[in-house]
Design a protein. Structure first.
Length: 192
């Protein structure tokens, strides 16, 4: 009953903003970028504070992945975008990576198989009412290993693996091997 009420409320909010829920499209593009910076100060100054253009950042991209929005994440995302005063997205509290080999992801997924490390986004940029850019930094030895999939966690997620609700899930193919060094995961989410 409450899900139907929420669905109808979101449909009305989005209709007033000129978006049809029936034609709603979610696109999430994840780029893993190996950073040339040694210190947190350099990462903050050059990467997170926007001193580098997207074109300059693109030189450091090593892997790209598109994600699926999970069933659990769909209502949370629509509720977030339907909020007239959005702040940091509560449905993307943690970015987690998994080291178990999988061949596909599905909207029905509720976990990142073999999840072994997660981190909270370092920067969130909201553009208008339909785009969010999240950047998560993995530094040094954090998250080292072979990555087969990744996802955004919310609804009370913490840095402890398997806490919260899996809202997005992406297959990393080919897999990515993170070794000692700093990387940025730039995650652009567009709702159209």
């Amino acid at each position: 009953m409450w899900q139907e009420l929420l669905h109808n409320l979101l449909r009305d909010i989005l209709r007033r903003r000129g978006v049809s829920l029936d034609a709603l499209r979610f696109d999430g593009l994840i780029k893993v970028r190996e950073l040339p910076f040694e210190s947190e100060d350099e990462i903050t100054t050059w990467w997170l504070e926007g001193r580098m253009s997207e074109r300059e950042k693109e030189r450091y991209s090593v892997v790209e992945a598109h994600n699926v929005l999970t069933l659990n994440g769909r209502a949370a995302l629509l509720n977030y975008f339907g909020n007239p005063n959005p702040t940091s997205p509560p449905w993307s509290q943690q970015f987690g990576v998994g080291n178990f080999p999988i061949i596909s992801v599905s909207p029905g997924d509720t976990s990142v198989q073999g999840e072994f490390y997660r981190n909270n986004p370092s920067a969130v940029v909201i553009t208008g009412n339909n785009q969010i850019d999240l950047t998560t930094i993995f530094s040094g030895t954090n998250g080292n290993g072979r990555w087969f999939s990744c996802g955004l966690w919310g609804n009370g997620a913490s840095s402890t693996v398997n806490t919260g609700t899996l809202n997005t899930h992406a297959l990393i193919s080919p897999s990515y091997v993170k070794s000692t060094g700093n990387i940025a995961i730039d995650y652009r989410i567009i709702l159209t």
